[in-house]
Design a protein around this ligand. Structure first.
Ligand code: DC
Length: 234
């Protein structure tokens, strides 16, 4: 068992995982894993390699080879995480709703998930890791001392996602965002491997009626309790 602590933050799209995870990692001075970015980058690489089409089942064995050699790299610049595929920066490109849908499609492939597992576990380095995703607490870091599962209503998540997209300069409507969220939720929850669900020992945080500051206060309280306990056991 690793002595490096991990805090897992799982939940559906638009729930505020990314923001809360980044705030928490910064406050603790820990590493941050945005596992969704790995699936999004993998989806983009698959399209570029001609391995992913809208109306055809993906060829899992070819995708698997691509995943094993994926030249993916993260870099920090002025507090922002940049994503690179080879030498090319793809940070903006993988943030679009289409990139999210593509990521969700390939994320349902069991062998592909397995191929990306070690890449995610390698982020666990001292002094600690905050891991954001769908299966961080159930599959990737089942021994994490604190597991959090974030929820919020579809309406609330759609409003937040729309605001984010408009701020990024993308065009979208509440209806299109809501439809996208519902479809991605269904696919992520119903897949046979590592479906989106809380770990049995996860703490549930419903942020439907809370702003990010309030959610962060609750989260920070749990972290303080858990870390005291974790370090006293070392
Ligand atoms: O968190 P995100 O919206 O960037 O994730 C994009 C998609 O990637 C999501 O719809 C499902 C998939 N994903 C996953 O299956 N497992 C993870 N740990 C993270 C993301």
């Amino acid at each position: 068992m690793s002595t490096v602590p991990v805090i897992t933050i799982d939940g559906p799209g638009g729930v505020g995982k990314g923001t809360l995870s980044r705030l928490l990692a910064r406050r603790l001075g820990w590493h941050l894993l945005d596992s969704g970015a790995i699936y999004r980058a993998m989806g983009l690489a698959a399209v570029r390699a001609g391995l992913l089409f809208d109306n055809a089942e993906p060829d899992e064995s070819r995708l698997l080879r691509l995943a094993q050699d994926l030249p993916l790299r993260f870099a920090e610049r002025q507090g922002e995480t940049l994503i690179f595929l080879g030498d090319q920066e793809i940070t903006q490109e993988v943030r679009s709703p289409e990139a999210g849908q593509r990521a969700s499609r390939i994320a349902a492939l069991p062998l592909l998930r397995e191929a990306l597992l070690q890449r995610q576990r390698d982020f666990r380095r001292p002094p600690g890791l905050v891991a954001d995703g769908r299966d961080m607490g159930t599959v990737v870091f089942p021994d994490a001392p604190l597991k959090v599962f974030l929820t919020a209503s579809v309406e609330e998540r759609s409003k937040r996602r729309l605001k984010q997209l408009l701020e990024q300069g993308d065009s979208a409507t509440l209806e299109s965002v809501e439809a996208e969220i519902i479809e991605r939720d269904r696919r992520d929850r119903e897949r046979s491997v590592a479906p989106l669900q809380p770990a049995p020992d996860a703490r549930i945080l419903d942020s439907s009626h809370q702003d990010i500051e309030e959610s962060f206060r609750v989260l920070a309280g749990w972290v303080d309790d858990t870390l005291g306990e974790f370090f006293s056991r070392q």
